[in-house]
Ligand binder design. Structure first.
Ligand code: GDP
Length: 304
């Protein structure tokens, strides 16, 4: 129910607009398709993914001449779920840490303000609830506030944090964090990083260096690169996904602030365009307001 509550705004808006678009129509015609296209675009599904969806529906309409609007709903639902399912979302127990990988290092990337620190705090709590020993790494050394915020979450969740002075080398913090996690026999490392998009090459170099230095402590880390995107920022989130996936190998996404937006469609577009699975969605500021992404629940939240 929390998901439904959290997504209430996206849901009412998307579904409301959709209902309006098809109201009074007994069958799907070009006008309905035009309206639908507008609804998808204004819900931040993105142009490319919208065109893909409309094309598929057009194809089905041309075969099935008298498609009614109820059927349209059903088909939309299938098509959207289909776009999400192409990404091997399969495992909804995504908090599960594979056996034999210890510590499991999650490097968290994303630009300032998207909810990176909050997501790390929420994840730390969830891992802790599952009996995992967590260590945080304050790798965003460019802003004093970032280190302070992470410290606040470390205190709140009561997990250790590794940090250095503002301005120190993020790669050095990463090295210390992984080493400390090994010494403490920790299960999970959540490493914050600075997401400065001022320069593509710099971003790539920074992230590459952090990885390289971490790998001096132990092989094959990070095990996961989690990109945090603010779901309420629409096209900016797309642009950030583009830049980060170009700069490093992003393995999963967390989309935040879906509680406060009428534009949750961004999840569909980003998942389709970047072929990176959405693992988590943020639906509030509290520690429990992070959910494992389940595409069926997500699609239903739009259509039910
Ligand atoms: P960072 O700069 O990326 O580390 O961002 P923060 O974690 O400091 O978050 C920025 C603001 O967004 C804070 O006020 C958070 O409480 C808020 N925030 C983070 N995630 C969510 C979410 O899922 N929903 C809502 N409503 N607010 C969020």
């Amino acid at each position: 129910e929390k998901l439904d509550e959290g997504l209430e705004k996206s849901k009412s808006s998307f579904f409301g607009k959709l209902t309006k678009a098809v109201a009074g129509k007994s069958k799907v015609d070009d006008e309905v398709l035009d309206d639908l296209e507008e609804v998808l675009i204004s819900s931040d599904v993105g142009v490319a993914t919208t065109i893909k969806i409309i094309d598929r529906i057009e194809e089905r309409v041309s075969k099935d001449k008298y498609m009614g609007t109820d059927e349209l709903n059903q088909i939309l639902r299938e098509e959207i779920a289909g776009l999400l399912s192409e990404q091997e979302h399969g495992n909804y127990e995504s908090l599960h840490i594979p056996d034999g990988i210890k510590p499991y290092v999650i490097m968290v990337v994303g630009v300032n303000g998207v909810g990176k620190t909050t997501t790390i705090g929420k994840l730390a709590q969830q891992f802790k609830n599952k009996g995992k020993k967590v260590v945080l790494g304050a790798g965003d050394t460019f802003r004093a506030a970032a280190i302070d915020q992470l410290q606040i979450w470390a205190d709140r969740v009561d997990v250790p944090i590794v940090k250095q002075k503002m301005g120190s080398d993020p790669a050095s913090v990463a090295f210390d964090t992984v080493q400390s996690a090994i010494t403490q026999d920790a299960d999970v490392v959540l490493l914050d990083t600075a997401g400065r998009l001022h320069n593509k090459v710099n971003l790539m170099n920074e992230l590459t260096k952090i990885k390289r230095v971490m790998q001096k402590v132990t092989d094959n880390v990070p095990n996961e690169v989690l990109l945090v995107l603010d779901g309420s920022t629409g096209q900016n989130a797309f642009e950030q996904a583009k830049q980060f996936t170009a700069a490093t190998e992003v393995t999963s996404l967390a989309v935040t602030k879906l509680d406060g937006t009428a534009k949750g469609g961004v999840v569909i577009g980003i998942s389709d365009q970047f072929k990176v699975p959405v693992k988590y969605i943020g639906v509030g500021e509290g520690v429990d307001d992070l959910q494992i992404f389940n595409k069926f629940e997500f699609v239903d939240s739009f259509f039910n």
